[in-house]
Ligand binder design. Structure first.
Ligand code: PLP
Length: 296
């Protein structure tokens, strides 16, 4: 999958081959940094405002100075897409670390943050969106401040790997049975027409798509209940789905080898998937669901 040449850094745009960091770099050595993944459809970013707001929240929480103003950041993201001539489906990966400095746990003084943002092609996961995916449950062993989109992803990486090794798409994380989120997405359960998900507290990432899912539910008259559920509630759920910038609104049809609901994507999930497509301004031609919904 192509990574496009023009990369934004704290000092301006550079060619990806010219990007060099010393090995005493705090992102590399401590995971001392934050990041965002921003979805791009037809060359246009989706939920850019939400992502930039969250980036600044994460930065403030870990005392990293973002090298650009918020306003500048929007323009730079637009410029990044424009310079690379992006007109298809892609993602922007943006990370900011505390900077380069001799290794020391104590924050270095007078060190500028390192920033890079690049664009990579990313097609929609069409077959999964249509047919649904399977997941495994895993103990959530992360720290308490998961609302910060930190580069420290080792527990997430291990959980996703465990899912992959069982031929599954995602790992559903739980703390002593209480479901928090997934390794790289938020998770929801549908019961009697209502959507349940973990409250947006500090121990989960407040997903940008999650915010939209809440709005979609309100527009459709579906109750969106921020109440944590247990792993065993999954076995009595009508539907389960997850959400993220790369997975969109994704039906989960099997968990730990057991069927969820009827074992096919449910009607609430389908409605939210269609709302997502409309919100992201995906044309009717690009819709994976319009004919299906029209036929209902
Ligand atoms: C742990 C975690 N939760 C939730 C999400 C979903 O966030 P968003 O909807 O902003 O992509 C992500 C996205 O990467 C994530 O890593």
């Amino acid at each position: 999958m192509t990574i496009y040449d023009h990369v934004l850094t704290e000092g301006g745009f550079v060619d990806q081959n010219d990007l060099r960091y010393p090995f005493e770099e705090r992102g590399l050595q401590f995971g001392d940094g934050i990041y965002e993944v921003i979805r791009v459809y037809n060359g246009t970013s989706y939920l850019i405002q939400e992502h930039v707001e969250r980036l600044y929240r994460s930065a403030a929480a870990v005392k990293i100075n973002v090298p650009f103003s918020k306003e500048d950041m929007y323009h730079k993201m637009e410029e990044l897409l424009h310079k690379n001539g992006i007109d298809g489906d892609a993602k922007i990966y943006l990370q900011i670390t505390r900077g380069s400095a001799p290794r020391d746990h104590v924050f270095p003084l007078n060190t500028n943050a390192n920033l890079y943002a690049y664009v990579k092609d990313l097609p929609r996961p069409e077959a999964f969106l249509r047919e649904g995916v399977s997941a495994v449950t895993q103990e959530d062993v992360r720290w308490d401040w998961c609302y910060i989109k930190s580069l420290n992803l080792l527990p997430n990486v291990l959980a996703k790997q465990a899912a992959k090794e069982q031929n599954c798409y995602e790992a559903i994380l739980h703390k002593q049975g209480e479901v928090t989120e997934c390794s790289s997405s938020n998770i929801y359960l549908v019961k009697d027409g209502s959507v349940y998900t973990h409250p947006a507290k500090k121990n989960i990432l407040h997903g940008c798509v999650r915010m939209r899912v809440e709005a979609f539910c309100s527009e459709e008259g579906v109750s969106f209940i921020e109440q944590a559920f247990q792993v065993e509630d999954i076995w009595n759920a009508d539907e389960v789905f997850l959400s993220s910038s790369t997975s969109e609104v994704m039906p989960v049809i099997q968990v730990d080898g057991k069927q969820v609901g009827n074992g096919v994507p449910g009607t609430v999930t389908r409605t939210l998937q269609k709302k997502y497509e409309e919100d992201a301004k995906l044309s009717a031609d690009a819709s994976l669901f319009s004919s299906e919904v029209a036929a209902e």
